[in-house]
Write a protein that binds this ligand. Structure first.
Ligand code: NAP
Length: 304
């Protein structure tokens, strides 16, 4: 697993020392409720839903049981299952960082890495909150970033935002190339640097910046809150946030999907279609999840 610089040991403690603690990857899903527990009143079989187990993962499955009061909500009717399965990773991350960074309407926001899952969510949500947004990406992605609402775009292969005269109230770094040592000079007084991707050194230094400076650095894992799942569903329904899906891979090509993500070149999210058809070794997993239906859970059949 590729982790930000300095996180090797910590990553093993969190994700498993000798092998992955959670062997089934996948942070979010979309599908149809196939069955509900005897105490569940908020969902019924046939409901179309999306869900965000997040860091608990376990979404590369055909069936997944989720507490009915957990991170599951009705799928916005205007989104495909593929889009709904990509609603939360970037969206929930940026709702949390913008909350911690107290983003206000009218502020100038720069998003570094504006074409990834986090970046495309950052651009759209910052616009929704009333900010003026500048997206930083390569030439190939300028049009995409403009199309999702960025007021200005900067091609990082030609121009360096950190040496221009323009300052920003909030800088989002989703690419890991804009730490405080680089971004600080274009952060306005009272400005906040949101390090979605930070090295361990930059993470540890983050609280110290505010002691000697009017600017703040906010880093660390984003909280995964139920309210974000509902908020993203609502924003998508209203057409204010549409997740960007780059490619969809069949389950059998999950390795190719991961290789593509690891290239660092994806635009928005990559979606895996759930396995279908003849029983495969995967059915064992499905079967385990199948048996887990408790009185308070819903069982979702991933449907894409
Ligand atoms: N702190 C948290 O809780 C949290 C939560 C979620 C995600 N994350 C982290 O956030 C990071 C972003 O994730 P992601 O899924 O959005 O995308 P990603 O796969 O890391 O990024 C893909 C995008 O990054 C762009 N990019 C690459 N190098 C760049 C550079 N030097 N400057 C600007 N853009 C550049 C690429 O565009 P080009 O091809 O145009 O270069 C591509 O579109 C990941 O490292 C992830 O682990 C952290």
């Amino acid at each position: 697993m590729e982790l930000p610089s300095g996180f090797g040991l910590l990553g093993r403690v969190v994700f498993g020392i000798r092998r992955p603690r959670q062997p089934i990857l996948g942070t979010e899903l979309a599908g149809e409720v196939e069955a509900v527990g005897s105490e569940v009143t908020t969902f019924k079989a046939g409901d179309r839903v999306f869900a965000f187990p997040g860091s608990r993962m376990g979404c590369y499955v055909e069936y997944r049981c989720i507490p009915a009061t957990g991170p599951v909500a009705m799928k916005p009717a205007n989104l495909s299952y593929e889009q709904a399965a990509a609603l939360c990773f970037g969206g929930s991350t940026m709702l949390d960082f913008f909350r911690r960074g107290a983003l206000r309407s009218g502020e100038r926001v720069l998003v570094n890495g504006a074409s990834g899952a986090v970046g495309t969510a950052a651009v759209q949500l910052a616009k929704h909150f009333g900010a003026h947004v500048t997206g930083v990406c390569s030439a190939a992605n300028l049009e995409l970033v403009r199309s999702i609402g960025a007021d200005q775009v900067i091609d990082y292969t030609k121009d360096d935002f950190s040496t221009s005269r323009q300052t920003y109230d909030v800088i989002v770094d989703a690419a890991g190339t804009a730490p405080f040592s680089r971004s600080g000079r274009v952060l306005s007084n009272g400005g906040r640097l949101l390090l979605v991707l930070a090295s361990l050194t930059d993470l540890l230094k983050a609280p110290l910046v505010g002691i000697t400076n009017t600017r703040k650095v906010i880093a660390g894992p984003a909280a995964e809150r139920l309210e974000y799942v509902h908020q993203l569903g609502q924003l998508a329904t209203e057409g204010k946030f549409t997740p960007v899906v780059d490619r969809c891979y069949p389950f059998e090509e999950v390795r190719a999907a991961h290789r593509y993500v690891d290239s660092g070149r994806k635009r928005g999210s990559v979606v895996i279609r759930s396995p279908k058809g003849p029983v495969s070794k995967f059915a064992i997993t499905s079967e385990v999840h199948h048996r887990l239906l408790a009185p308070t859970t819903v069982r979702v059949r991933e449907d894409m």
